[in-house]
Design a protein around this ligand. Sequence first.
Ligand code: NAP
Length: 309
Amino acid sequence: MALLFHSMIKRDDWWRTQLNKHVPDLEIRFWPEIGNPDEIEFAMCFNMPHGELAKLKNLKAVFSLGAGVDHLFADPDFPRHIPFARVVDDELTSRMTEYVVQHVLNHHRYQHQYDAQQREKIWQENHAPAARERKVGILGLGTLGQGAATTLKYLGFDVAGWSRSPKDIDGVTNFHGGDQLDAFLARTEILICLLPLTAETRDIMNAELFSKLPEGAAIINPGRGPHLVEEDLITALDSGHLSAATLDVFRTEPMPQDNPLWSHPKVRITPHVASIANPDRVAALIAKNIIRARKGEPLVNQVDTTKGY
Ligand code: NAP
């Protein structure tokens, strides 16, 4: 029996070596060279072309190569009855925390204004309040949101988060559910999106949401591109209601050359690099799960299909 691997990153021999180190008898096949589909027991993938997983009649488990599983739910033929797992890893969390802290500090200390001033050779102080007076809000208080929240709290920021279910995180104000979203937004000066992409969260950062943030708020999106309505962001930045945005993910990736976000003076762009899973750790995590699946044990970090993330 075999595992089918699909990723945009081509390092076939490396993955074979890593997986076989942990599971020596596992045959690894690389999409599109599937061979006999009935021999495939496991799939390990990110953005597999739709319909491909449904062809594998003897699949026992599917492993996402990242923390998000929206790429699996986006496939209308994805076999949802098969257990599937995502990546949850301390290093992935701390890398995301680094990204969030880096950009919260940039917005908090008005770095985008200093960058603009430098281009014009303007010497002008912009006074930032103390961190305890800066209200930071995180959409999504899951693995990554909690990691960022606790570190921002440690740095002294006034941190709140919004989730589906209530949370009790020391020093972090929790809002939850649709009814509490407006109150969360009304107090948020720097908004970070760490939600999964689902039917409920698609397009969540739109004109209406921006209008509920205080004047001058900034946003950071390392979640997923379709969380953000890009045209609405540009309108809110141009009107001055929002002061700046840092974006890591986009509706189309790589971002097309003609996307106006590239050259917007209030937008800072990174190319979907906020937190990239370390392949060594992912290979070890997935190998451990393969061994569990073969013994008929439940997967670690198995996704709850009823929640959709
Ligand atoms: P997670 O542990 O599943 O946490 C998701 C959080 O979002 C949970 O707090 C959840 O609430 C909340 N949530 C989900 N749907 C909601 C809704 N409709 N209303 C309110 N809250 C909702 O996910 P994670 O591991 O933190 O990852 C989050 C996302 O980050 C991933 O899905 C992926 O899209 C993105 N990501 C990006 C990068 C990058 O490099 N840019 C890297 C890794 C991940 P509950 O706690 O109540 O369930």
